[in-house]
Design a protein around this ligand. Structure first.
Ligand code: ATP
Ligand code: MN
Length: 498
């Protein structure tokens, strides 16, 4: 008995198939039962009628997430998910699930995080996992088709590349070692061997703050290209991101829609992307037009909050007039949803005046934080390429800017709709003496970096690259509020289970 996957059912109309999977929900109505069945590839509606008594009674008392093998005929049914329905003639119960902890009623985020291993079975998480998979496949595919060679860089590393503050240390047979914050230093040397290379692997940063965009373990894909200068990296990042978004739109439109994602915002992601220098971005933050726009947005959100509060009290009024349990439950759920929205909006309104003030008083020379990035990236409908940051806030290996030595030849790409930085990269310092001097200024001991400096001794060439954080990309493309849903088992400060 071969198993048919739910995703392929549309090509089996009129045939008898066997599905293996789990019950999402079950509802009986007299002589017919409706089963929402899932197998990981998708969901489908199955029906079983009392005229098949054995199959019909097999479902008696089965809880959510019980596993079964179902055999039946595939029929076209435009009103069902996927446009098909399966009429079951035989059912084999594989395992009975009782008291499944996650029900249709909503659960708090802590509860869901503790049950992450089960939460992954939900429609929403299935959609995110599929999109994550697509983003990774597309990212690799892009470089593979573009003549890049995959280079696997080490995870145990002897030192920092991105700032000692976020290093995780491990005991390496009595010697200190650290988990990789990036593969970059190794990748640069490999670019001198292979020309165009990329690495893709888990990346570790001991981020000691809780934000909606930081994990302590995340996945980063990093291209590195010999003979590439800053302008080439801008074009590469633009082509790369457009391709990834296009692939998701082509293959995962249903998933995006099921997440409630505004697909038209993604359709706008096409080259060319806007470009500003850091200095121009600072001017933008200081511009009165921006402040007027932010004030107007604040006023609009205040009005929306009032409307939400009105809607909540309306529903609370209705609550006194209904008696049916399911109606009470439905209203309560809606009220809780609205309260949740109102709470979030209220918090945003509370914080916004300070953010506007920060934009006004932002000083040239500091790094952009999440708030500045959010404000900047909200002003554009495509990713914003910001270049040439002050050298003090950037890593030692970035090439100093010949036209303005206060800055470096780097780029950050900020995703629109307020998502902020998803790509960070730069042209690298290719002059040995300049790099050595910079390391000295930073108080770095050059000794352990001799291997890294060698490429500046033997045929040094201009080169550069960047890193794309997969999870931030998933967050943006799926339209999620928090990075914790973008990876199957998130690692955050204060959470390592399950
Ligand atoms: P941020 O300033 O937002 O912490 P960063 O400047 O430390 O980011 P880079 O070192 O440039 O980031 O890393 C390249 C990319 O890796 C970032 O653009 C982002 O997509 C991703 N990234 C960095 N740190 C994290 C993290 N803690 N969790 C998830 N993704 C991250
Ligand atoms: Mn960081």
């Amino acid at each position: 008995m071969t198993t048919t996957r739910i995703s392929s059912l549309p090509s089996h109309i009129g045939q008898t198939v066997t599905l293996r999977g789990w019950i999402r929900a079950i509802r009986s109505s007299g002589k017919i039962r409706f089963i929402e069945f899932r197998d990981g590839s998708g969901d489908c509606q199955c029906t079983v009628e009392a005229i098949h008594p054995e199959a019909f009674s097999a479902f008696e008392g089965l809880g959510q997430e019980s596993s079964l093998a179902l055999t039946g005929e595939v029929r076209e049914e435009p009103r069902s998910v996927g446009g098909v329905e399966v009429s079951i003639q035989a059912a084999e119960v594989l395992h009975i699930s009782e008291d499944y902890p996650i029900s249709r009623k909503e659960h708090g985020i802590d509860f869901l995080m503790q049950h992450r291993h089960l939460w992954l079975r939900s429609n929403r998480q299935n959609a995110i996992l599929r999109i994550r998979h697509r983003i990774i496949t597309a990212a690799r595919g892009f470089f593979d088709q573009d003549g890049f060679t995959l280079i696997d860089t080490p995870i145990f590393q002897p030192g920092a590349a991105e700032g000692a503050g976020t290093l995780f240390d491990v005991d390496y047979f009595g010697e200190p070692a650290y988990l990789a914050q990036t593969g970059q230093l190794y990748l640069e040397t490999a670019a001198m061997a292979m020309g165009k290379v990329y690495c893709f692997g888990p990346t570790f940063r001991a981020e000691k703050s809780k934000t909606r965009r930081h994990l302590t373990e995340f996945w980063m894909i990093e291209p590195e290209v010999a003979f590439a200068e800053l302008e080439d990296l801008e074009v590469l990042s633009e082509r790369f991101l457009s391709y990834i978004v296009q692939e998701v739109l082509t293959h995962n439109r249903d998933d995006l829609e099921s997440l409630g994602r505004d697909v038209s915002a993604l359709e706008a992601i096409q080259a060319p992307f806007p470009r500003v220098t850091y200095s121009e971005a600072v001017d933008l933050l200081h511009h009165p037009d921006l402040h007027a726009k932010l004030e107007a947005e604040l006023a609009a959100e205040q009005t929306r909050l009032q409307e939400l509060q009105k809607e909540i009290s309306n529903k609370e009024g209705q609550l006194a007039q209904v008696s049916k349990a399911w109606k009470v439950e439905k209203l309560n759920r809606e009220i809780r949803d609205l309260q949740e929205q109102a709470k979030e909006l209220d918090l945003w309104i509370q914080n916004q005046p300070a953010h506007i003030e920060d934009a006004k008083t932002f000083e040239w020379g500091s790094d952009f934080g999440g708030d500045e990035e959010t404000i900047l990236s909200k002003q554009f409908d495509r990713p914003l390429i910001v270049t040439e940051y002050p050298r003090e806030v950037k890593a030692f290996y970035m090439k100093r800017n010949p036209s303005d030595p206060r800055t470096v030849r780097n780029l950050d790409v900020l995703a629109p709709e307020g998502y902020g930085e998803i790509i960070g990269g730069s042209q690298r310092e290719d002059e040995l003496d300049v790099l050595m001097k910079r390391m000295e200024e930073e108080g770095m001991d050059p000794e352990p970096y001799q291997w890294y400096l060698d490429m500046r001794r033997y045929g040094s060439v201009p080169h550069g690259g960047f890193g794309l954080g997969i999870e931030r990309t998933v967050s943006w493309i799926c339209g999620l509020k928090h990075i914790r849903e973008t990876i199957p088992f998130p690692r955050l400060m204060g959470r390592m289970m399950p």
